[in-house]
Ligand binder design. Structure first.
Ligand SMILES: [Zn+2]
Length: 184
């Protein structure tokens, strides 16, 4: 079964390269591929021309609740759910495909800024699996948005419908984000 092993190995390398190119942190690579840490480090340095960051990984659910991150996170979850339901992808492949589509959406907007990193997206999926986050419909626009699980959300209004005053100066960005969310 050498052939199968080589193919499996090639797939793992492909996954690792995709993730590294999307900016994934080393911990994500270690958990989502079967490649050794040494191998991953070599791949990382070859692709990024630098060593992976040793900083702390995000671990709090609060980041996903602030205004702009919430819109981006909700857009990503929308895409991810659609792919899992309709495209038959799962696990790390669903993460990669959904993140690629998220990047397409944001980079297709003039002045669009990528707010959600792939590492945060990966963490968010874990928070959903752990039942710490959920998707709740906005009572005004009907879109699904990321919220803390367990809170009462009967009258939930989303970050797009109820933007804080400080977001006012980025009106154009807001309209663009709405357009992107609807297009997804
Ligand atoms: Zn809304």
């Amino acid at each position: 079964m050498v052939c199968k092993t080589v193919l499996g190995e090639a797939q793992q390398v492909k996954i690792a390269i995709d993730l590294i190119e999307m900016g994934a942190r080393l911990q994500l690579l270690q958990e989502e591929t079967s490649l050794s840490r040494e191998r991953l480090l070599r791949l990382y340095k070859e692709i990024k021309k630098e060593s992976p960051s040793k900083g702390m990984l995000p671990y709090s659910t609060d980041w996903f609740m602030s205004w702009q991150p919430n819109i981006h996170s909700s857009l990503f979850m929308d895409i991810h759910q659609f792919l899992v339901k309709h495209a038959g992808v799962e696990g790390v492949q669903a993460l990669i495909s959904a993140y690629r589509l998220y990047l397409d959406q944001i980079q297709g907007i003039e002045g669009g800024e990528v707010v959600l990193s792939i590492t945060r997206a990966w963490y968010m999926l874990r928070f959903f699996q752990a039942g710490m986050l959920q998707l709740v419909p906005c009572k005004e626009c009907g879109g699904l948005f990321v919220t803390h699980a367990g809170d009462l959300h009967a009258n939930y209004a989303c970050a797009i419908c109820h933007a804080p005053a400080r977001a006012g100066k980025t009106h154009a960005a807001k309209r663009a984000t709405i357009a992107a969310a609807q297009a997804a």
